[in-house]
Design a binder for this molecule. Sequence first.
Ligand SMILES: [Zn+2]
Length: 281
Amino acid sequence: MRNALSVDVEDWFQVGAFEKVIGRDSWETLPRRVEANTDRVLALFERAGVKATFFTLGWVAERHPALIRRIAAAGHEIASHGWDHRRVFTLGEKEFRADLDRAHQAIEAAGGVAPTGYRAPSFSIDARTPWAHAILAERGYAYSSSVAPIAHDHYGWRESPRFAWRPVAGSDLIELPVTTVSLAGRRFAAGGGGFFRILPYRFSSWAISRVNAAESRPAIFYFHPWEVDPDQPRVGNAPLKSKLRHYTNLSRMRSKLLKLMKAHAWGRTDAVAAAEQARLP
Ligand SMILES: [Zn+2]
């Protein structure tokens, strides 16, 4: 069972949790670390012998085209994470189309390949955005991995399916929700991000094995380049909870990821999407 490994390519100052304290108008003045951090991730993947998907902000692709080309040259998938990390439920349909197209053009111009996969910033496709998947289908995307089927303080669409589903009637587009485990009727996040860094390694590894063996489904796992950067600038005026989530266990992340990569089988999200699509009626 091959699981989908993915990286949401954004810088330390672009994360949703810091949105209120770091305005987009200041991004241009902040030291960028995304290129060096993504190179660390590429080195890690090379060491583990895995291919993955890089959901990249158009804003980053426009400023770091050589990085996008290195990712593609190493055999990884370049996909879209939108233009500048605006969450989909804060946009209207017209704005979502514009954000999606601007990112698409920047990524294609940088890497020479048109993205066929999309991940919404902060898993922001949910019950409030019933039009979002239809727009992705209309724009030619093959898959979306934009839904967290759980309840969370920042995001989540609790009632949506835990595994691949077709959100648009008459379209082949599939949604690959980030992995959860179901225990005693409750769903728990198990697809990476802060949960992977903060919880013990054995929980994540067990959850992936459980999804693969007991439910016969691939896991959809993600992390960010800033999570392998313990030396990133600290955002002092952010809410305490956000700071705890963002900075816990950064120095241990690389070895933890390497262990996870060796313990399970991994691949690009487009390959996992194609396999899931073939399985769905
Ligand atoms: Zn993101």
